[in-house]
Design a protein around this ligand. Structure first.
Ligand code: SER
Length: 388
């Protein structure tokens, strides 16, 4: 099943159950949101989860692009991407968690034909602040799906403060043999869909207060589910990455982990640029800068002559088209090349400075401050140069 088909199956299934499709937002969350980038489909909906009536009603469905830097060190494994898409559904003070889970179960098993024996669920076990989610537990028990109870892994929050609540996650078995063990014990259980019973707000002092309405917020990782349905061994092997797999290896000789990182970071950088962010030393621009520079560091480790000048325009266009970003590919390439030039100059300067006798041995905190303040060399770059 192609990703596009998965999206339409999902959206139609929920439209048939009274949901209105809303257009996904950019990666930039609404003002006042505590995070730099949209990390989940719920960000653009925060005011509505907090009680403001949504113009399209109480049942919504969409596809939302998201960016997560918390997983940056996991990029290259089978399931993580920096920019990914989330299929989402919302009940804004309408139906409750059990119905949401039951629909989720119906879509996965009947709509998408997944063998019910390959599913596992997790449910919130309860603690001193919030009781166990018995309704979700009973739903899964009724459907004959095995359940694991956890506390931290089954609590979802949007940063330190804001809307939050217990969740129930649905895992799909990705191993070769029959399913074994439980999601927390065996990572061949891949989390695909999270259903959050979003009924609290966490305040600055850490306490929980009820939201004006009880919501359900769900998010399904599109590339993850697509790769599992396509029998692909990682998200980098699903149909969305086909042009990258075809066009990048003839350009740059990279081993598989490096290829995955370079494709992930460059594709993410294009999307971030497409949403109007420019490289900078702080905030969103710094995240973009890090993505481009990490990709270049990996490329130059293999061959210092590699350049983003060779990045095929088709890949930029394919990415902008996929994310429906109305930006000229030439502008994106221009920023990427400019950033490459700056980084190359900085690396050269860094090498010269670090060659000084004073910096040959272990660097002190004072050295790091001096190198940063006087020569503009960030700690990460210094570490990379000294490793090289
Ligand atoms: N907000 C939840 C998550 O990101 C469900 O969408 O997992």
């Amino acid at each position: 099943m192609h990703t596009e088909q998965l999206v339409s199956t999902f959206v139609e299934y929920f439209e048939e159950r009274g949901h209105q499709r809303i257009v996904g937002s950019t990666l930039l969350p609404p003002p006042g949101d505590p995070v730099l980038f949209t990390t989940s489909g719920m960000h653009p909906l925060t005011p509505y989860l907090e009680g403001r009536p949504h113009p399209l009603g109480k049942r919504l469905v969409n596809v939302q692009r998201c960016l997560r830097t918390t997983d940056l060190d996991e990029i290259g494994d089978a399931t993580h991407l920096t920019v990914f898409e989330m299929l989402g559904t919302w009940s804004l003070g309408d139906y409750g968690g059990p119905l949401s889970l039951d629909w989720g179960y119906g879509l996965l098993t009947e709509g998408l034909g997944i063998d019910r024996g390959l599913l596992h669920a997790t449910v919130y076990a309860g603690d001193s602040q919030c009781e166990q989610d018995v309704a979700s537990l009973e739903l899964w028990q009724d459907r004959g799906v095995p359940v694991e109870l956890t506390v931290e892994d089954n609590w979802w929050s949007n940063g330190a403060v804001g809307p939050c609540g217990p969740d129930s996650e649905i895992f799909l078995w990705s191993g070769d043999g029959p399913p074994r063990s439980t999601p927390t014990q065996d990572d061949r259980w891949v989390e695909v869909w999270n259903h959050v019973m979003m009924k609290y707000r966490r305040l600055d002092d850490g306490s929980l207060v009820p939201l004006p309405q009880r919501n359900v917020d769900t998010g399904l990782g599109l590339e993850r589910l697509a790769s599992l349905l396509q029998g692909a061994s990682s998200v980098f092997d699903c149909d969305l990455f086909e042009p990258w797999r075809r066009l990048v290896p003839p350009l740059w000789r990279l081993d598989e982990p490096s290829l995955r990182l370079v494709c992930d970071h460059l594709r993410s950088a294009v999307v971030v640029l497409g949403d109007g962010v420019r490289p900078a030393n702080t905030g969103r621009g710094y995240v973009l800068r890090r993505l481009v520079r990490r990709a270049l560091t990996v490329l130059w480790r293999e061959d210092p002559s590699y350049s983003l000048d060779d990045l095929p325009g088709d890949l930029v266009q394919h990415t902008l088209d996929h994310f429906r970003q109305d930006v000229r590919p030439a502008d994106v390439r221009h920023v990427l090349l400019d950033e490459e030039r700056r980084f190359r100059r900085l690396m050269e300067r860094g090498r010269q400075v670090l060659a000084r006798p004073r910096f040959r041995d272990r660097l002190t905190e004072e050295d790091f401050h001096y190198l940063h303040d006087t020569h503009g060399l960030p700690r990460e770059l210094i570490t990379t140069l000294r490793q090289g």
